[in-house]
Ligand binder design. Structure first.
Ligand SMILES: *Cc1c(COP(=O)(O)O)cnc(C)c1O
Length: 412
């Protein structure tokens, strides 16, 4: 391992370990173990009793955790737990990981499969909805089970996604229109490097596949997974892009930064998908801070998703207006790279539909009246609107007013 990384990890981990050392459960864990992702996985929090040693539980959390048996399981890696505020039930890190009683209330329009994925699977685990690209679900497992999971009908269960990828490879070999494969799950990073390498090797053999991306939250919930060996696999199969899932600026910890540096230094372009969540990130201030933190660690904000109407997550849903206001507060007010696209996944299988503030005040006969981010109006005339005048006529009629006379080439 490279020395500079070694010391960065030690620094990043040291700040994490300062927080983990204050937690009695892990106070004696050596840094080497804390840094081992297998240790992180083995030591995930699954029970109320373990959780009680890390945070002061509210009655709603206690009831939520006890009732998750048979539903989307709770599993919290120690790293993520070390970011949770032990006293504050409104802590955004905690809300994404600790189940509450509201998960057991199902609204009238909630759906088991809100994005209609099951209906678009030509092969088990392969969603082919768009003309040129597919979503390849390789596992049901995740490092942490996000309470707002839209795929909770599958995630954390066993639906046989890992059994046999050959039918998917065969489908992709036969479908030359597919040029882009998005590997997701569950979380692909729950697989060993060897297994991931095997999948990537098989995909790379298919000549019409131009582009592969991996959708993962593990670098965020358990950055220890981003090892040198893992990065070597990504490098070997370049170009590989990664779509990460960030929801709150607190997630961009010193330890997280080390993982992002490793990925970015390995030449992996990084994007972020964020789910708009009530009480977590539904204010323009928090979102803007998140987008800025992401750019600092070389992650380009890609999408903000309106929270899907999946069963048991309605307490996380905001109005669509909240998302529009967030985009309004970003566009023009900060770096363009910090402005993702806000989308609603059309319930039942419509795909991603962009939603945003309306900047067009009127548009008629080639004349468009626009407003900018400050609310000032501007008129844009499309080509063909109004009458054309020839250059010489324009110069003689305008006199010196428009500066054309400074450009000799324009004078006939
Ligand atoms: C999100 C998604 C994709 C990828 O969409 P992009 O807009 O290209 O990122 C592909 N297939 C399915 C089913 C999806 O939900």
């Amino acid at each position: 391992m490279d020395d500079s990384y070694d010391s960065e990890i030690t620094n990043g981990a040291a700040s994490a370990s300062r927080s983990h050392r204050r937690i009695s459960l892990w106070k004696d864990v050596p840094l080497q173990e804390w840094e081992d992702w297998h240790w992180q996985l083995r030591n995930r929090i699954y029970t109320v009793d373990q959780l009680r040693q890390v945070i002061r539980l509210t009655p709603a959390e206690e009831a939520g955790v006890s009732r998750t048996q048979g539903r989307l399981v709770m599993a919290i890696p120690p790293y993520w737990a070390s970011l949770m505020d032990p006293e504050d039930p409104n802590c955004p890190i905690r809300k994404q990981a600790v189940p509450v009683e509201e998960e057991f209330s199902i609204g009238p329009h909630d759906m088991r499969d809100p994005c209609g994925e099951d209906g678009d699977m030509p092969v088990h685990g392969l969603v082919h909805r768009y003309p040129d690209r597919v979503l390849f679900l390789v596992t049901e497992q995740c490092a942490m089970y996000c309470r707002h999971c839209t795929r909770r009908r599958l995630v954390g269960t066993n639906h046989g996604l890992m059994n046999d990828y050959e039918p998917t490879f065969q489908y992709l070999r036969e479908h030359e229109e597919v040029r882009d494969v998005l590997i997701s799950g569950g979380d692909p990073l729950m697989m060993t490097d060897v297994r991931l390498d095997g999948i990537l090797t098989e995909l790379k053999k298919i000549p019409h596949l131009e582009f592969i991306r991996i959708g993962s939250r593990t670098p965020v919930t358990m950055p220890q997974r981003v090892t040198e060996e893992f990065c070597a696999v990504l490098k070997k199969h370049k170009p590989i892009w990664m779509s990460l899932h960030f929801c709150h600026p607190k997630e961009v910890s010193p330890r997280l930064k080390v993982a992002m540096d490793r990925l970015a230094d390995s030449g992996v372009p990084l994007g972020s998908q964020t789910v708009l969540l009530k009480g977590v990130n539904d204010s323009p201030e928090v979102m803007k801070k998140l987008m800025h933190e992401l750019l600092k660690v070389r992650v380009r904000p890609y999408y903000i998703y309106q929270c899907d109407p999946a069963q048991g997550i309605s307490h996380f849903r905001t109005s669509v207006e909240a998302g529009i206001k967030i985009i309004e507060a970003l566009r023009g007010h900060t770096t363009g790279y910090a402005v993702p696209t806000f989308v609603i996944d059309g319930p039942g299988g419509g795909g991603k539909i962009p939603i945003g503030p309306n900047y067009v005040i009127s548009y008629k006969d080639g004349v468009m009246t626009l407003r900018n981010f400050r609310g000032e109006t501007y008129t844009y005339y499309e080509p063909g609107s109004g009458e054309l005048v020839s250059v010489s006529e324009q110069i003689s009629s305008n006199g010196n007013g428009n500066g054309f006379h400074h450009v000799p080439d324009f004078v006939p």
